[in-house]
Every structure is written in structure tokens, then in C-alpha cells.
Design a protein around this ligand. Structure first.
Ligand SMILES: Cc1ncc(COP(=O)(O)O)c(C=O)c1O
Length: 375
């Protein structure tokens, strides 16, 4: 009913991707990153599908509340700690959350607190990302200071990589060395690896890995696809052709008339636009899948529509199915054409887009001919 645009979330693909992580890391526990609304897939959908994950990582207490309200009982780590101790701490303790402590203000705030039930915390170490965390030289003192606060239980230590997706760059090895030197004599769990490190830097796996994008079926490496890493795409964004225009050579399409037909051309109009989160800056040539075959976007993306060149599909009709990304057209390929990342496309869908959650029983789905030509 209504507009055909819809995002379909395949929970069996999420499960299969989690299984893939387990195959790779063997003994590490899995802190599944579900922040930013489950990378745009719906935080509750994702957490329910990843029920065998050991813990979930979120960016803020609001995301954690949503999980707890939905009955998610696994451990939840607040990856950026708390923003206002007085307001958040009672709720953090009530909801049994585990904040990451990453700056001196956090420690001061915790020292002022008294009479609380146990609070499990993680200490963030800055080994070269230079975004959050304490310097490696201070970790012994920080650990000692936090351990003496009566209601605090230090669960472990974590760091984050700046360039784990650049597999030729030795920077990640330096970060790994720095981290292990900093925690050499300290008790507690150790966690370093994001998706790229899970796949490429096996010495970083340690006690807990923190996969994000790979759970959603996407390769963290530029120029590679999730399927090449043994992952299944989770989100399919679908729409349909809602109009067809037969334009003459020299006629222009859409706002600003930025695309002029080089010859007589049938132009298809698709129901998706920047009001749905499809990037306005997607250039002419960005691929869409029409009837299972690629067609190029032409002209400017508008709020509710985009236009495509139908030259390769003379039989295309209004109502024909479009895939913006999904199993037939990797989101990585679309992101690459737009000059962005799959992270941004997936997290960027607007609330106007309806979601549907499915569970495909046949986990190892055979490739379609379109997929085979891609991979
Ligand atoms: C601290 C931390 N760990 C792990 C991840 C997961 O990264 P990825 O999605 O590249 O696997 C993120 C994501 O930004 C993060 O901020």
C-alpha cells in the first residue's frame, strides 16, 4: 500500500554474520556494536537477532534504555561513558550498564559519588586514534585510582584503531603494541578489535572483539564486498518506478537541468530521495538495480524522487522493482559511486522509510546471476 520504498532487514543474515565473527575469533567474546540505531537497521531488531552476542555497544544511555525497554538482558557497554554523571549515574546503575571511562572528568565525578551498588566500568586507552581515552603512560595510575573507589569494578580496558582497514599500514601494529604494553600487569578483560581488525589483525583479538559494520554484511575494506569476507547483506532498500518520461536529445532532467539527454532517452522516475536519506550528492552514474539489472542515476536527486536512464531496459514499465542496495547491489558499490561509506548510507535513512523484518530460513542462499557477475 502507498509508496513502495521499504527497507527490509534480514535477521538470518545478521545471525549468519555473527556466526562468521565467531568462526574467525574462536575464543574472544563478542561485543556487538548496535549504536546509531543498529547502524540504521533498528537497534531492537538487531539486538533481538543477535541474541547470542555476549554484550552490546551503544553510544548513549538513550540507546541502552531502548534495548532494556525491549527486554534485552545482555550486558550493555556505553562506549562514550556518561555525559552528565549526576543525571545519568542512577539510571546507569538501575539499568545495569557499563560505561567506558575516558577522561579525568569522569573519574572526578565518580569520586564524588557514594553509596551506590557496584558499577562495572571499562577504561579507554588512547593508543593513537587521539579521540577518546587516557594516554598509555597514565594507565597504571588511572587503574589504581579507579580501583580504590568502593563501588567501582574495573571490567577491563579498551582501545580503538585509527587505520585497521589499511592493511599495509603498520600503524595498527604500533597501536596493538602500545595497548598491550600499557595493560601488561593489569587485571581485567582486554578489547581492541573492530571489524577490520577482526578480519585483518588477528593479534588484536584478545578477550573481547567489537564488530560493527561486518555484522551488517559490509566489508570494512575499500574496494571489497561483504560477500568476499563471507558476510551476508542485511538491509535491502527497495522501491519502484513511478513514472517514465520519453525525452528528446538535448532535453534536461530534474532540478537545475544538470543532465541533458545526449540522444532520445527514456527516463525512469524512482520513489526515493534525500528526504528518505538517499544522498542528494549522489552523482549521475550512481547504480540502481532495475528488474535485477543496473541502471545509472541521471540528474539531481530530489527530496522524494531520483531519475534513471532506461536505455538498457526498453521494456521497463511503471511499477517495475528497484533495489537501491541489497543482495543484488552491494551498498559498498553504491557508497563508492557516491564518494561516501556504507556506514553513512546505512545509518542515514530517515524515519519516513518503513522497515520490514524478515527471517530467511535458507541461510546459505545461492548467488543470483547479477551477484555472480559482481563478485
Ligand atoms: C569504539 C568502537 N569500537 C568498535 C566499533 C565498530 O567499528 P566497525 O563498525 O568498523 O566494526 C566502533 C565504531 O565506530 C567504535 O567506535
Amino acid at each position: 500500500m502507498g509508496r513502495a520504498l521499504k527497507a527490509t532487514i534480514d535477521c538470518s543474515a545478521l545471525e549468519s554474520n555473527l556466526k562468521r565473527v565467531r568462526e574467525i575469533v574462536l575464543n574472544s567474546k563478542i561485543l556487538a556494536m548496535v549504536k546509531a540505531n543498529g547502524y540504521g537497521h533498528g537497534i531492537v531488531n538487531v539486538a533481538k537477532a543477535l541474541k547470542t552476542a555476549d554484550a552490546f555497544g551503544v553510544a548513549c544511555i538513550e540507546e541502552a534504555c531502548e534495548l532494556r525497554r525491549a527486554g534485552v538482558s545482555q550486558r550493555i557497554v556505553l562506549m562514550e561513558g556518561f555525559f552528565n554523571c549526576d543525571e545519568e549515574l542512577p539510571e546507569i546503575i538501575r539499568l545495569n550498564l557499563e560505561p567506558v571511562i575516558h577522561h579525568a572528568g569522569h573519574i572526578e565525578a565518580l569520586k564524588q559519588e557514594t553509596g551506590h551498588a557496584t558499577l562495572p566500568i571499562w577504561i579507554k586507552i588512547n593508543t593513537g586514534m587521539h579521540r577518546l581515552g587516557f594516554p598509555v603512560e597514565e594507565i597504571n595510575d588511572i587503574w589504581r585510582g579507579l580501583s580504590t573507589i568502593p563501588f567501582i569494578k574495573v571490567e577491563g580496558f579498551l582501545t580503538h584503531f585509527a587505520k585497521a582497514d589499511e592493511i599495509e599500514d603498520p600503524y595498527t601494529e604500533l597501536q596493538i603494541d602500545q595497548f598491550f604494553q600499557a595493560v601488561l600487569h593489569l587485571p581485567g578483560a582486554k578489547s581492541l578489535a573492530n571489524s577490520a581488525a577482526i578480519l585483518a589483525w588477528h593479534t588484536s583479538h584478545a578477550d573481547w572483539v567489537r564488530p560493527g559494520i561486518m555484522l551488517y554484511g559490509v566489508s570494512p575494506f575499500t574496494g571489497r564486498y561483504g560477500l568476499e569476507e563471507g558476510l551476508q547483506p542485511v538491509m535491502t532498500l527497495r522501491s519502484e518506478l513511478i513514472a517514465i518520461q520519453s525525452l528528446k536529445k538535448g532535453q534536461a532532467v530534474g532540478y537545475g537541468g544538470t543532465y541533458m539527454c545526449p540522444s532520445d532517452t527514456r527516463i525512469g522516475v524512482v520513489a526515493v530521495g534525500y528526504g528518505d536519506g538517499y544522498p542528494r550528492l549522489a552523482p549521475t552514474g550512481t547504480p540502481l538495480l532495475l528488474n535485477g539489472k543496473r541502471v545509472p542515476l541521471v540528474g539531481r536527486v530530489s527530496m522524494d524522487m531520483v531519475t534513471v536512464d532506461l536505455s538498457t531496459q526498453p521494456d521497463a514499465r511503471v511499477g517495475d522493482p528497484i533495489q537501491l542496495w541489497g543482495p543484488g547491489l552491494p551498498v559498498e558499490a553504491v557508497a563508492n559511486a557516491i564518494g561516501t561509506t556504507a556506514y553513512e548510507l546505512l545509518t542515514g535513512l530517515s524515519t519516513r522509510v518503513p522497515f520490514e523484518v524478515i527471517y530467511q530460513k535458507d541461510e546459505k542462499r545461492p548467488l543470483t546471476s547479477e551477484q555472480e557477475s559482481l563478485y
